[in-house]
Write a protein that binds this ligand. Structure first.
Ligand SMILES: [Ca+2]
Ligand SMILES: [Ca+2]
Length: 223
């Protein structure tokens, strides 16, 4: 998701993000290794707000990026490619660091405005079309939160034949189960799309399997 497709300038005609006037509350999350802070404003929070996203979860979300200075929109997932919400794993560097921080503890349906300092976004150099040292603002809306596809526990559950690697079928069965448990079953093309994304991002040696090694990128974490 950090690749060119995400950051190309998108003319965002489809983007009718209605920014809610109601800011229920706002919090600040301190960044661990930078001078800047990620600022989070909650624009909308559903009454039923559970489960909340945490590191390692598979997230599906729409997000629009704006430059803090001048307000130019530089990215919009609604008009990028097919306009589908984007899939990514939270907290593992698939999105900019400021969003990994700013999209934690979100539930399905929640909307946030997240202001990210350059050190947690595109840095001193920027990334075309984002200029150097730019603070960026993202409007995000979360569509789904799937629990812990990155935990070793989940890996064990997925790896039905216990050969320490995951086939597409194994991952798909697991996702189906998660969605059914959550009361949101989906059709096959839906899962195929997630699968393609997951394997593209994680099957580093492209052998069609996700090995424990490829999967467990934060083995030493607290998960
Ligand atoms: Ca297996
Ligand atoms: Ca592999």
């Amino acid at each position: 998701m950090q690749s060119g497709m995400m950051w190309k300038l998108a003319s965002c005609t489809l983007c009718l993000f209605v920014s809610s006037q109601i800011t229920l509350w706002s919090v600040s999350a301190a960044a661990d290794d930078s001078d800047g802070e990620v600022k989070i404003e909650v624009l909308f929070k559903p009454e039923q707000c559970d489960p909340k996203s945490k590191r390692g979860d598979l997230i599906n979300a729409h997000y629009d990026g704006y430059l803090a200075k001048g307000g130019t929109q530089f990215y919009c997932s609604r008009s990028d490619k097919d306009g589908h919400p984007q899939w990514f794993v939270l907290g593992v560097g698939q999105i900019i660091k400021g969003l990994d921080i700013g999209m934690t503890d979100m539930c399905v349906g929640e909307k946030r405005k997240i202001t990210v300092p350059p050190s947690l976004a595109f840095g001193e150099k920027g990334k075309d079309p984002v200029p150097p040292n730019a603070t960026v603002i993202f409007q995000v809306e979360v569509y789904s939160v799937t629990r812990g596809p990155r935990s070793m526990e989940a890996f064990g559950e997925m790896d039905r034949d216990k050969d320490k690697s995951l086939t597409k079928d194994e991952v798909k069965e697991y996702l189906k189960l998660q969605y059914e448990k959550g009361g949101k079953p989906n059709d096959d093309p839906f899962y195929e799309k997630i699968m393609a994304d997951i394997f593209q991002k994680n099957d580093n040696d492209k052998d069609g399997l996700i090995s424990a090694n490829e999967y467990n990128i934060y083995q030493h974490d607290e998960l």
